[in-house]
Design a protein around this ligand. Structure first.
Ligand code: MN3
Length: 231
């Protein structure tokens, strides 16, 4: 009797452990983690405008840290499973998600819209929208550079598109972006990172020089695709 009970008890405990372990693993598998995508070109592809060492540290250290910290912030969070775009509003009140989610999203866009290839100025509908909003491409460049230069401390400057096709330049502090509450409310199709980690090795305190150089590495073909997809 005592032996039977002991065997049953052991079996019961074993089954319980198996069930709990499988639950733990299935929960882990359901937690979709955000992943750091490889840079879509070599670290030195944007030289001499943006140097390879800056690109390597920026992608493999800074962007990687935002990605890891975002995943850590989402562990045991009710927001787990949402898309990165959804998290920009739903996670806005949670500093770890706002800062690291913004960092994850912003840098993905940043790498994507830079490349040695592609059109070197806006074309088609985007060119028309830029002319309509600013008067000319040169005037847009001035407005964008001014937003990037005058962003105090760390942050980003953006070119956004609103539903209907109107474009606008705005800027945000830290790792915020236009998808978050309180910004210009458009959809970002071009962004420049003006944190010192984006330029200090090559340009030191010369943020305007870095901004000028950035115009040489914008892939306007991709920005134009984003405009068409979100106007
Ligand atoms: Mn950065």
């Amino acid at each position: 009797m005592r032996n039977n009970f002991s065997i049953e008890h052991t079996m019961f405990s074993l089954v319980l452990v198996v069930i709990m372990t499988s639950k733990l693993f299935s929960q882990k598998n359901n937690h979709m983690k955000f992943e750091l995508a490889p840079l879509p070109y070599a670290y030195n592809a944007l030289e001499p405008h943006i140097d390879a060492r800056t690109m390597e540290i920026h992608h493999s250290k800074h962007h990687a840290a935002y990605t890891n910290n975002l995943n850590a912030a989402l562990e045991n969070s009710s927001l787990t499973g949402q898309s990165i775009e959804e998290l920009m509003t739903s996670g806005f009140e949670t500093p770890a998600i706002r800062n690291n989610g913004g960092g994850f999203y912003n840098h993905n866009l940043f790498w994507e819209i830079m490349t040695p290839g592609g059109a070197n100025q806006p074309e088609g509908d985007l060119a028309e929208a830029i002319n309509a909003a600013f008067g000319s491409f040169a005037a847009f460049k001035d407005a964008f550079a001014k937003a990037a230069t005058t962003r105090f401390g760390s942050g980003w400057a953006w070119l956004c598109v609103h539903k209907g096709g109107k474009v606008e330049v705005c800027s945000t502090p830290n790792q915020d972006n236009p998808l978050m509450p309180g910004s210009c409310g458009g959809f970002p199709i071009l962004g420049i990172d003006v944190w010192e980690h984006a330029y200090y090795l090559n340009y030191q305190n010369g943020r305007p020089d870095y901004i000028n150089a950035f115009f040489n590495v914008i892939n306007w073909s991709i920005v134009g695709e984003k405009y068409n997809a979100n106007k």
